[in-house]
Design a protein around this ligand. Structure first.
Ligand SMILES: Cc1ncc(COP(=O)(O)O)c(C=O)c1O
Length: 455
């Protein structure tokens, strides 16, 4: 690669003071660590605790940045695991939530106008959405989509791709991050506690390999209800036509296609991956951006499949139970409508955001090149990734070949310098990330490069 290929010129500014980064540790934050250790398993709220050396307690966020309780400032490329495409504390979302407070929050999944307003907006945006049901998370959505598919096809097996994540429930916690992958289609559970009978129902397939999928369809003929697939699998991009190949094979063999748009929905464009890749699944699942930061998920798709969840059929053998106390939550729906308003307001919003991501990737490539570090920077739309490797992986096993140890040292250093990235995973930018954020990111990355070269 020639140096002059890069549009952004970043000079070494490692001697300049940078206001972002982990610089101080308050008594308040230390106390929180001790309280967390006592009260929470592993001192963590969930499965993604930060490493001991780089952990901190979040205080508040605004736009592309957040602060910890020691008042250190960070640039956020995690964005609530991709929830805050509009940035933290977006004024339109805050207003929508404030306007609804005082008028009730939910009525146990009975009809309300806000949920219906949101559904009508989604009907126009989501290509496959003939009918839909709100859920309260992405996991909830994939769980119900799989149940609907199994009931519809009267079959029990599902195909899941190795390395894909579809949530925390037993149906999909298989071969999400297998360190020692088994022979296909055997999957390894990502958690203890999944009954063997459930584990055996997940057939694991390599991503980007349509012939492996077709073999599964032939070998398990009449047994597979659905294929569940991420249109972009974490940081692995579909080869040209792969998604269409999956669609065509599903149609040919009479298997349902569930497109998990929890990450891509409203991010690759208003119509998500369905619009971006021109693909129409039988069912699709959503969460994250949809609820504007509040717990809203969605299953949408073919009316004949969704209609199995008609409550007036309760007690009938073909009835599918799909319910949740908080479904159609009015604060969440208000935030969802406000999100769509912002996304629809400016016709160039996606274009501008994608351009910012391109500039970020270009600048990072230049830094790694100048520093002589073998880092691949890639990604589509508002997503970007980096790996210590030379070629972009096309499946989970290729991803395992990248240097994960170097990556985690580098990420710890980035975090220390004030750049918050989800370890080993995808990174997002929001509509609020600015040229200033990029410049500060380049400075911090420069420093992180120098630090890890000394290690
Ligand atoms: C593709 C995909 N599906 C499902 C989920 C589960 O969503 P949630 O964490 O809202 O349960 C996630 C979460 O990151 C996801 O990325």
């Amino acid at each position: 690669m020639e140096r002059n290929e890069f549009a952004i010129l970043t000079t070494d500014k490692s001697s300049r003071p940078n206001k972002i980064g982990r610089k101080k540790l308050s008594e308040r934050e230390k106390k929180s660590f001790n309280d967390a250790k006592r009260l929470l398993p592993g001192g963590a709220l969930g499965g993604n605790a930060l490493a001991e050396k780089s952990k901190f307690v979040f205080s508040h966020g605004k736009g592309s940045r957040f602060w910890d309780t020691s008042n250190n400032e960070y640039i956020d490329y995690v964005l609530g695991s991709g929830t805050f495409f509009l940035g933290h504390s977006h004024p339109s979302i805050e207003k929508a939530i404030k306007d609804q407070i005082g008028h009730g929050a939910h009525f146990f999944a009975y009809l309300n106008e806000l949920a219906l307003d949101l559904a009508q907006r989604l009907e126009k945006i989501i290509p496959c959405a003939e009918k839909m049901r709100f859920t309260t998370s992405g996991s909830d959505a994939t769980f119900h989509a799989i149940r609907l598919a199994r009931a519809f096809k009267k079959r029990e097996r599902i195909v899941k791709f190795e390395g894909a994540y579809h949530g925390g429930h037993d149906y999909v916690q298989m071969s999400t991050t297998p360190k020692n992958p088994l022979n296909f289609p055997n999957g390894s559970p990502d958690t203890s506690g999944i009954p063997r009978a459930v584990r055996e129902l997940a057939l694991i397939c390599p991503y980007n390999d349509p012939s492996a999928l077709e073999d599964l369809f032939k070998n398990y003929s009449g047994e597979i209800a659905a294929v569940i697939i991420e249109p972009i699998q974490r940081i692995i991009y579909p080869h040209d036509n792969f998604l269409q190949n999956v669609r065509d094979l599903c149609t040919k063999y009479g298997v349902l296609m569930i497109l998990d748009e929890v990450v891509t929905g409203f991010r690759l464009g208003l119509g998500g991956a369905q619009e971006f890749f021109s693909i129409k699944p039988d069912l699709a699942t959503y969460a994250k951006i949809l609820g504007g930061g509040l717990p809203v998920g969605l299953v949408a798709g073919r009316a004949d499949i969704m209609d199995q969840a008609n409550p007036s059929n309760k007690g009938q053998p073909d009835y599918v139970y799909q319910n949740g106390t908080l479904q159609g939550h009015m604060l969440g729906c208000a935030a969802g409508i406000a999100t769509l308003d912002v996304l629809e307001e400016d016709s160039r919003l996606y274009e501008k955001t994608f351009l910012m991501a391109e500039k970020l990737k270009e600048g990072l490539r230049k830094i790694f090149f100048d520093e002589g570090l073998n880092v691949l920077v890639f990604g589509e739309g508002p997503m970007w990734h980096m790996l210590f490797t030379e070629t972009e992986p096309s499946n989970w096993r290729e991803l395992l070949l990248a240097d994960a140890k170097k990556m985690s040292l580098f990420e710890a250093e980035l975090l220390h310098q004030g750049i918050f990235v989800l370890p080993g995973n995808r990174r997002f930018i929001s509509i609020k990330h600015s040229e200033d954020d990029l410049e500060a990111t380049f400075e911090a990355t420069n420093r992180a490069c120098k630090a890890i070269k000394k290690m």
